[in-house]
Ligand binder design. Structure first.
Ligand code: G3P
Length: 218
């Protein structure tokens, strides 16, 4: 499973990249808005300097022509830019056009399996089902991942399932068990991935016991 970080924050990206296991980055307009004062294109350029894997940059137009126009300067920022488009009819049309030119596309705000089927047919590189937001309204976000996995397997679609709106390590475990290709994860969840109290107490005990061995015996 590939792990992307879901943030526009450079410090978080640097810390996650330093672990050596970060595969990419996703941003969205809300995440960029949190970065007070950051110029969107400059921020993307900075992110692409840190991370060589895919970096999703989202458009805000709601018509195909506007989306394609916004995508132009974005794809020129770096070769690892992936264009993120909303899963609406205009987004599907723009996806088709960009995919035909070899531009990588991430179709976002996917909430039902048929949206995932359509974007795969339109040549999307990634589909982003939003698990947490379905859970928020009392629906089973993980069931959506399961449905998309089955549909894509049935027909051999190459579009990668990018599990998004992940809120906890449990979301990540379930998405990995189902076989999501990628998960985009907030920094707090990346930190929690390596945490276990038994690891900490076990290490403490090992070090204490090691200290009891006389120096000449080590
Ligand atoms: O990548 C999409 C993701 O950022 C949405 O997460 O927590 O705002 O639902 P959330």
């Amino acid at each position: 499973m590939k792990i992307f970080i879901d943030t526009g924050n450079l410090e978080e990206i640097k810390k996650a990249a330093n672990l050596g296991v970060l595969d990419g980055v996703t941003t969205n307009p809300s995440l960029i808005a949190r970065e007070k004062g950051a110029d969107f294109h400059t921020r993307l350029r900075e992110i692409c300097r840190i991370v060589k894997g895919p970096v999703s940059a989202e458009v805000v137009s709601t018509d195909m022509a506007g989306m394609l126009q916004e995508a132009e300067p974005l794809v020129k920022i770096a070769e690892n830019i992936t264009i993120k488009l909303p899963t609406i009819p205009e987004g599907v049309k723009a996806c088709r056009q960009l995919a035909a030119r070899g531009v990588k596309v991430n179709m976002t705000l996917c909430f039902q399996p048929l949206q995932a089927l359509i974007v795969a047919k339109a040549g999307a590189t990634y589909v982003s089902p939003f698990l947490g937001r379905l859970d928020d309204i009392g629906q089973d976000g993980m069931e959506l991942i399961r449905q998309i996995r089955t549909i894509y397997n049935n027909y051999g679609f190459k579009t990668q399932i990018l599990a998004a709106s992940i809120r906890s390590p449990l979301h990540l475990v379930a998405a990995a068990m189902i076989g999501a290709d990628v998960a985009t994860v907030p920094f707090e969840v990346i930190e929690k991935m390596l945490k276990h109290p038994l690891t900490d107490s076990g290490l403490k005990k090992f070090l204490e016991d090691w200290a009891k061995i006389p120096a000449e015996k080590k």
